[in-house]
Design a protein. Structure first.
Length: 522
């Protein structure tokens, strides 16, 4: 296809949810229910303006913005509704109390709409209900007539990241989705999946861009929920679209996200290859040496090199990502936080404890000044500082830090998230160092079960957990148990890690030191 053809295809593919809604309303003969979800007030205003532009005097608007009179407003509006009208009902949450009764007051609006649905149906006209994203949890509760009888659901979101780096997976906590609680992420997943299913039923190329972007959202939220296999599937679907969309920024995004997801699945070499491709495109297509997208990709490269045991490359890329970001955004910008955390982890691996601690403290200062103590990066940094104390053999202090962070991160990610398995493994290891063998065994087994249930059987972190269990059994004098877990760890490490990786050498050394046979593995 020539350039003109690609541009024409791309412009057709840009149809989004407003035009999909307009087409559905125009084709509606009688009652149909359409739910629009907006993430900002400005987006809601644009939705209203767009509907006014397309339907003009055929549009009737009822605004339920006052908690004391929302039912009266609805009844009055319905009684004044003329024939052949399209009804837009908007539900506000900004005018309600901010105290303990706010949720109950907002829920009363949804209940009022739910109870009046039969009366709304009698008007025999298309109905659009516009609600804020913050009210989705009330809408999708079991038994809600509004959700069960909707004819279509539409998503209107604004891009809040000037440099588009929010679409690049960095970790489980970055961007607006990353700091939401587990239950909120599940609601978003339900919403994105519902909208995506509607696009799947459209037999037209006109909405390819919208479908592509939704696949990206679904991939990112599944990644953050720890469902790496689902994230990978959506990213592979995006990969098929890339040649048709002809946009190098999207190439970088998908390859970066595919790399991080592959790494999370334990396919480190595949992940590294994808992110190297993303880096190469960034070098070719982005003239600026200080563009934040480059920093995101460089930092992710550093993280994967660290997992592969190449600490020098890891340090170079993580340090470079920080330099790029500081030159563009300064030394106090929130985008530095994930990069500083990754650099701190690499320094810890290199036994550069002072530099690691400085990196974590720098990140903590930014979170306190630019974000908030409620942001998940706060407990993540505390957790990493706790691991630092463990490395320095201050085990009691280490336990205080990691326990302080565990409960909060569970609320963000959910108790069965693979990252929780990582944390429990660290807690178990610290207890082992303290000589608390019973607690250590409890946490290591807990970590093992979570990782087994949420990742692949050859997950390298499972190898770490097996190694820790082997050392625990060795300390208890259980040579059979130690051999079994050392062998399980070594099988994973030899399969998933480079031959020079220090984890392989450490297991082989411990087995030989304690006269544990390697015959089954040679």
């Amino acid at each position: 296809m020539n350039i003109q053809g690609q541009q024409k295809l791309h412009s057709r593919q840009k149809k989004g949810d407003l035009l999909r809604l307009v087409e559905a309303l125009s084709a509606s003969d009688g009652f149909s229910l359409h739910i629009c979800v907006c993430n900002t007030e400005n987006i809601r205003k644009k939705l209203k303006s767009g509907l006014k532009f397309h339907f003009k005097s055929s549009l009737t608007i009822i605004e339920l913005e006052n908690k004391d009179h929302q039912l009266d407003s609805l009844i009055t509006g319905l009684s004044e509704l003329k024939a052949n009208q399209i009804l837009l009902i908007t539900v506000f949450d900004s005018d309600f109390n901010s105290g303990d009764n706010k949720e109950a007051e907002i829920e009363s609006v949804i209940l009022a709409l739910d109870k009046k649905l039969s009366e709304i149906k009698k008007r025999n006209c298309p109905v659009v209900i516009d609600i804020p994203l913050s009210l989705m949890n009330l809408l999708i509760e079991p038994g809600r007539e509004l959700w069960e009888q909707q004819s279509g659901i539409y998503l209107f979101e604004t891009r809040q990241d000037h440099y588009q780096t929010a679409t690049f997976i960095k970790d489980h906590f970055a961007d607006s989705i990353g700091h939401q609680y587990f239950a909120q992420k599940r609601i978003l997943l339900t919403l994105y999946q519902a909208v995506y299913n509607e696009y799947q039923n459209i037999d037209s190329d006109d909405y390819l861009c919208s479908q592509f972007y939704l696949e990206g959202k679904l991939a990112r939220i599944n990644y953050k929920l720890g469902d790496y296999n689902s994230a990978y599937e959506y990213l592979m679907r995006q990969l098929k679209f890339l040649k048709r969309l002809d946009n190098p920024y999207l190439d970088m995004e998908v390859l970066n996200n595919l790399g991080m997801t592959s790494a999370a699945q334990g396919r480190l070499t595949e992940g590294l290859d994808c992110i190297i491709q993303a880096r190469d495109i960034a070098v070719q297509k982005i003239p600026s040496d200080t563009h934040p997208i480059k920093a995101a990709v460089l930092s992710n490269l550093g993280e994967i090199y660290a997992l592969l045991g190449d600490d020098e490359q890891a340090y170079a890329y993580c340090h470079n990502a920080i330099q790029v970001t500081e030159r563009k955004l300064g030394k106090k910008h929130p985008q530095l936080v994930p990069y500083l955390i990754k650099l701190g982890k690499v320094c810890r691996l290199q036994v550069k404890y002072d530099e690691a601690l400085n990196s974590f403290r720098h990140a903590l200062h930014i979170v306190e000044k630019k974000l908030s103590s409620a942001h998940p990066y706060f407990p993540v940094i505390f957790q990493n500082i706790g691991i630092m104390y463990d490395c320095q053999k201050d085990y009691e202090t280490a336990l205080r830090y990691v326990y302080r962070s565990l409960e909060t991160i569970e609320k963000i990610l959910g108790a069965e998230h693979p990252y929780i398995g990582f944390m429990l493994n660290k807690i178990g290891l610290i207890h082992f160092h303290c000589g608390h063998t019973k607690q250590a065994l409890q946490y290591l087994n807990w970590a093992m079960e979570i990782r087994k249930n949420s990742t692949n059987a050859d997950d390298p972190l499972l190898g770490d957990i097996y190694t820790n269990l082997a050392n625990l059994y060795l300390k208890q004098g259980n040579l059979k148990g130690a051999r079994e877990f050392f062998q399980k760890a070594l099988e994973i490490f030899r399969d998933k890690l480079p031959s020079h990786h220090p984890a392989i050498a450490a297991v082989e050394r411990d087995m030989q030191k304690n006269n544990l046979s390697l015959e089954k593995l040679t």
